[in-house]
Each structure stands twice: as structure tokens, then as C-alpha cells.
Design a protein around this ligand. Structure first.
Ligand SMILES: [Cu+2]
Length: 143
């Protein structure tokens, strides 16, 4: 019975302001892949108007937007160890990194509304280090 009420609670509140549509963890180590300094999901596809929450499961990471669709104003990078929720209204590809671990390949991509028209701009965006460069290429190929 207790579980029933817990389930009901989550059902009632899962659509409200404090829960994003997608959660990405910022990790020192991904237990499944054994990769270090990574986002739990590196390529995420969402519908326009949906939001993503980055959760500081491990401290010392952040979210720094590098590029988005035409006219997208890059938000300020977040403070290390802070959770952040970003709503994506404009369709297109978004590229972001963790400022201190960019050279270690801590980078991610969000595709909004299935729109890949800014693919070339993302591809040519300068990123830090060969590991990130490789990962961007790989993630773009998986869209
Ligand atoms: Cu990091």
C-alpha cells in the first residue's frame, strides 16, 4: 500500500515544474561504460518545448553551451556542481561541454525537434582537444 501511494505521488508530480523531461547526470565515472568524466547521456533527442535537467551527481562539473541553432543566445555557463534545467524551444542541434573536462571529452549534444539543419555549423565548431573533437563527430554520425 505504501508503494501505491509513492507511485501515485510520482505520477501526480512528475509533470510539474520541478521535473524535467530528460535527466542527464554529470559523472566522474559512468558505472556502465567505465568511462571517466562524462555526461550519463551524450546524445539526447527531444521535442521542441521540452526541458533537460543536468544533475550534479558528482561535483566539479558544469554545463557550458557552445553552439545552437541560428539566433540562439548562449546562456552563461553554469557554476561547478550546480544542477541546471534548460528548456529547448527552438529546433536544431545544440552542443555543450563541461568547462574543466572539455579536453577529456566531456561533451554532449542535444537534438531538438529532429531538426539537423545546423549540422554543418556544429561540425565546424571548434572544441577543446582531440577527444572532444572525435566525440562530436561520432555523436553527429549517430543522429
Ligand atoms: Cu566535468
Amino acid at each position: 500500500m505504501k508503494n501505491f501511494f509513492l507511485t501515485l505521488f510520482f505520477l501526480l508530480f512528475s509533470g510539474s515544474a520541478f521535473s524535467a523531461d530528460v535527466t542527464i547526470e554529470m559523472l566522474n565515472k559512468n558505472k556502465e561504460t567505465k568511462k571517466r568524466m562524462v555526461y550519463s547521456q551524450e546524445l539526447v533527442k527531444i521535442d521542441a518545448g521540452k526541458s533537460i535537467e543536468w544533475v550534479a551527481t558528482d561535483k566539479g562539473h558544469n554545463v557550458e553551451m557552445l553552439a545552437g541553432p541560428d539566433g540562439y543566445e548562449l546562456p552563461k555557463k553554469t557554476k561547478l556542481g550546480d544542477n541546471v534545467t534548460i528548456k529547448f524551444s527552438v529546433p536544431g542541434i545544440y552542443l555543450y561541454q563541461c568547462s574543466p573536462h572539455a579536453a577529456m571529452g566531456m561533451i554532449g549534444i542535444v537534438v531538438v525537434g529532429g531538426d539537423t539543419s545546423n549540422m554543418a555549423a556544429i561540425e565546424s565548431k571548434k572544441v577543446t582537444g582531440s577527444k572532444s573533437k572525435k566525440k562530436v563527430k561520432k555523436l553527429l554520425s549517430e543522429i
